[in-house]
Design a protein around this ligand. Structure first.
Ligand code: PLP
Length: 355
């Protein structure tokens, strides 16, 4: 006899992490290439001396700091082990098998996996030919069964972002029982003033009685803490409370909490890094366009090359030049914007790709 596991897990695709290859340049996981700040490393090292103790399960200090920074009462906040775990908490808090999750596709790979793990139904709404979210189609996909709809802004892996007016119009179309989740993992890399700050937008929506808008943020990308796993949700109090209820006790560890606080202390320095990455993004895209690639305008720390059938060949070509990029077979390649020298190595590889 073998142990009986859920039959439906057989059909579940595994999450494909970006490959790490010794000696190669990794531009596959949207990490910040620069190492952690010395001040953050110091704070973590100090906190390591008390790791015999459980972490603060409510992350009280971090929550208070975030509440102050964002200008919302602490009851609006919930933390999680990165925003990917918060996506799971959100679906667990809003959906059973009877409900469906609506999300754009192609978008963040974790959405369909988590939805299926939770056991909810899923509706994938194709993105436009211009690689942007199709908010009209997403609104049209909402039914009485919909529990939550994800708006990935900017969208991973295409980098495109929806504008404030579009998002407001979309929210107006969503019934009040459906939670709209704006996933802002790359918010700090946005430089288009027409793209909303999701938290400010959510606050304005709450003020007009729209208590169905939540925002996800993470310390993994701009703050450089991908390895420590901490993110947060900003949501109407009943939603935040539900997220805290499904939180696995003590799961955001003590070192992650300390590192997040130290990163908030060093925010200016980290945002300066982000601006440098944004400048590099402009340069990388410009050179790719000049070389004849189609590259949608990106508001994130990566660019998208919709190479279709050439995706795997391009990826192997980059790999041969020791540059690891992220392939979505048959669809396109996502390339993280790294340090200038890393980007140069990628651009050299891309330009030498014979199409
Ligand atoms: C990277 C990413 C996340 C979350 O990352 P965590 O490390 O779990 O915080 C969430 N959403 C999108 C769209 C992402 O690309």
């Amino acid at each position: 006899m073998t142990v009986r596991t859920r039959a439906d897990l057989q059909a579940l695709p595994a999450y494909v992490p970006g490959r790490s290859i010794t000696g190669a340049i990794k531009l596959a996981s949207n990490e910040v290439s620069a190492g952690p700040l010395p001040s953050v490393v110091r704070a973590v090292a100090e906190a390591a001396t008390t790791m015999n103790r459980y972490p603060d399960t409510g992350a009280t200090e971090l929550v208070a700091r975030l509440a102050e920074k964002l200008g919302v009462p602490a009851e609006h906040l919930a933390i999680g082990c990165g925003s990917v775990t918060l996506c799971q908490q959100i679906i667990q808090a809003t959906c059973t098998e009877a409900e469906q999750v609506v999300f754009p596709w192609r978008s963040f790979e974790a959405y369909p996996i988590i939805t299926q793990v939770v056991g909810a139904g899923q509706v994938r709404v194709p993105i436009t030919a211009g690689h942007a979210l199709d908010l009209d189609a997403m609104a049209a996909a909402i039914t009485p069964r919909t529990g939550v709809v994800f708006v990935c802004n900017p969208n991973n892996p295409t980098g495109t972002a929806v504008r404030t007016d579009e998002l407001e119009r979309f929210i107006d179309c969503v019934p009040s029982h459906v939670l709209v989740v704006v996933d802002e993992a790359y918010k700090e890399f946005v430089d288009d003033p027409h793209v909303p700050d999701g938290v400010e937008l959510a606050k304005a929506q709450w003020a007009r009685g729209r208590d169905n808008v939540a925002v996800l943020r993470t310390f993994s990308k701009a703050y450089g803490l991908a390895g420590l796993r901490v993110g947060y949700a900003v949501a109407p109090p009943p939603v935040a409370e539900a997220l805290r209820k499904v939180y696995v006790p003590f799961s955001v560890n003590a070192l992650a909490q300390v590192a997040a606080l130290a990163s908030l202390d060093a925010e200016d320095e980290l945002m300066t890094r982000c601006r440098a990455i944004v400048a590099e993004r402009t340069r990388v895209r410009g050179e790719l366009l000049t070389a004849g690639f189609d590259v949608p305008e990106s508001q994130a720390n990566f660019v998208w090359l919709p190479l279709g059938e050439l995706t795997d060949a391009f990826t192997e070509h980059c790999l041969a030049q020791k540059v690891v990029v992220r392939a979505f077979s048959g669809d396109g390649v996502r390339v993280t914007v790294g340090e200038p020298a890393e980007n140069d190595a990628f651009l050299a590889a891309a330009k030498s790709f014979a199409r």
